[in-house]
Design a protein around this ligand. Structure first.
Ligand code: NDP
Length: 455
């Protein structure tokens, strides 16, 4: 390794991708520093996956209250938002300390301050000028709010984690991951919840049967969903309520949360000055091995605005470190990345949707079921679980799997391994089920229908 520079790798951004890459590089013997201007842990740990899932667990107790009497429990629930907020903030702080100690133990130097690239090997941070053979940008993304009148009244999921009180009535603008997840959380915890989406469905880009099942089941849980209505304005009424207007309706609420996508954090990095041309949203274009147009500068995770998922950033980061410092060919591939939406009920999927398959002219069959899980019989809950497999007809490979229902994310991880291994439908069929579970339906689907628009 070269002694010309202070470090072999200098990472900007101590979130999931940056920390994973830095630790892996250090484990291969590289001299590594990581710069961070905010809290160590990034979006996932500090204001994303982790606190969100704690809030989700809290809201799921509403299901137990609802379902318990059918099982003989007499229960009365009183929920204390302040306790929950203190608990999630405490866990986030614990994880932040853990991340700091993991970096220390790995021998990665943590440099505090905002970083700016000066040239292809030089970064200015907190008054110091640091040089490195390789520079990794892992600065993530931040929420954007719609550019409409009164946009300063929008809050985002970042703000929600610091709310001192739970609002009585919330409008969530957007229909994607965050809108679906926080609608479930807030509804379960007792806020009146409305999702206001500009498109014709929730979760655009997901399988149409997933969209339809989630829509029905969120509504059945009491969440109001308004589709096809772009937000036009937000204003405060005389009575100190918020009025969220579209072209055809006005919704009154106590808080309005914009869950309308995210923008890469690249504005002040000086990237364009060193020859990295940014995409329209400020994203950093990279090749398949995470390299930018400047050969010593790399980027992973949300800052590239490709597959904006924590485990993808981690896989990209580790793959990069292995390739730079251990001679292992870059191994992360963007195909068959499983993902989950922690809505209530949750969604999980891997591979192609039925609509993708039809658009791509694939000849395929669909195996699909919707059933009432055993738990919902005695409890009286009407919710059904939806599962579907997309099977390429000629090879008989399972190329897509989609599920809406309890435990979907837990089940999908195993299906993703099978699909990554090239499993065919007969491999599913010959796998013995685990009984009684919902997951066993994955291996008992027998009757196909022809995929939409396929021959
Ligand atoms: P998404 O891209 O999932 O959804 C954005 C939503 O906002 C879409 O419904 C979009 O509509 C809508 N939208 C965008 N701009 C406007 C606008 N100006 N006015 C009204 N609606 C608008 O983004 P999220 O913010 O929900 O989440 C950001 C990303 O973070 C996700 O894409 C995902 O990658 C990641 N994430 C992952 C999670 C997980 O893995 N469980 C959880 C949370 C986030 P349209 O569809 O019409 O474009």
């Amino acid at each position: 390794m070269s002694g010309r520079y202070h470090y072999d790798l200098l990472t900007i951004g101590a979130g999931s991708g940056g920390v994973a890459a830095s630790r892996r590089a250090a484990s291969h013997g590289a001299r590594v520093a990581i710069c961070e201007q905010d809290r160590v842990g990034g979006t996932c740990v500090i204001r994303g996956c982790v606190p969100k899932k704690i809030l989700m667990y809290a809201s799921e107790f509403a299901d137990a209250l609802h379902d318990g009497p059918g099982y003989g429990w007499k229960m009365e629930g009183r929920f204390d938002w302040a306790v929950l907020q203190a608990q999630q903030a405490g866990e986030v702080a614990r994880l932040e300390r853990l991340y700091q100690s993991m970096l220390r133990d790995a021998g990665v130097e943590l440099v505090r301050g905002a970083a700016r690239l000066v040239d292809a090997h030089t970064v200015q941070v907190g008054g110091s000028t640091l040089t490195a053979e390789h520079i990794l940008i892992a600065t993530g993304a931040r929420p954007v709010v719609p550019d409409v009148a009164g946009s300063d009244l929008f809050q985002t999921s970042d703000d929600l984690f610091a709310w001192p009180e739970l609002p009585d009535e919330v409008v969530i603008v957007g229909g994607g991951y965050i809108a679906s997840e926080f609608a479930g959380i807030l509804n379960g915890l007792g806020s009146g919840t409305t999702v206001l989406a500009r498109g014709p469905s929730l979760l655009s880009g997901f399988d149409a049967d997933v969209q339809a099942a989630l829509y029905e089941q969120m509504k059945a849980r009491g969440i109001r969903i308004v589709l096809n209505q772009p937000v036009r304005s937000v204003k405060r009424s005389d009575g100190n309520r918020l009025l969220v207007a579209t072209a055809v309706s006005t919704l009154a609420c106590d808080a309005v949360v914009a869950a309308t996508g995210r923008q890469p954090n690249t504005a002040s990095l000086g990237l364009e000055d060193i020859g990295v041309v940014l995409g329209p949203s400020g994203a950093i274009p990279i090749d398949e091995a995470c390299r930018t147009r400047v050969s010593s500068v790399y980027a992973v995770g949300d800052v590239t605005d490709q597959v904006n998922l924590t485990p993808v950033a981690i896989a990209q980061g580790r793959s990069l470190a292995d390739s730079l410092f251990a001679g292992v060919p870059f191994w992360y591939r963007a195909d068959d990345v499983p993902s989950a939406v922690f809505s209530q009920p949750p969604v999980a999927c891997v591979g192609v949707t039925e609509q993708d398959a039809a658009r791509d002219g694939l000849a395929f069959d669909v195996y699909q079921t919707a059933f009432k899980p055993l738990k919902n019989t005695v409890s009286g809950r009407s919710e059904r679980t939806m599962m579907k497999l997309i099977v390429e007809r000629e090879s008989q490979r399972v190329v897509g799997c989609h599920m809406v229902g309890r435990d979907a994310p837990e089940i999908m991880q195993g299906v993703a391994i099978a699909m990554k291994s090239g499993a065919r439908k007969i491999d599913f069929d010959r796998t013995v089920g685990i009984h009684p579970t919902a997951a066993e339906e994955m291996v008992t689907l027998r009757t196909p229908r022809a995929g939409t628009d396929s021959n």
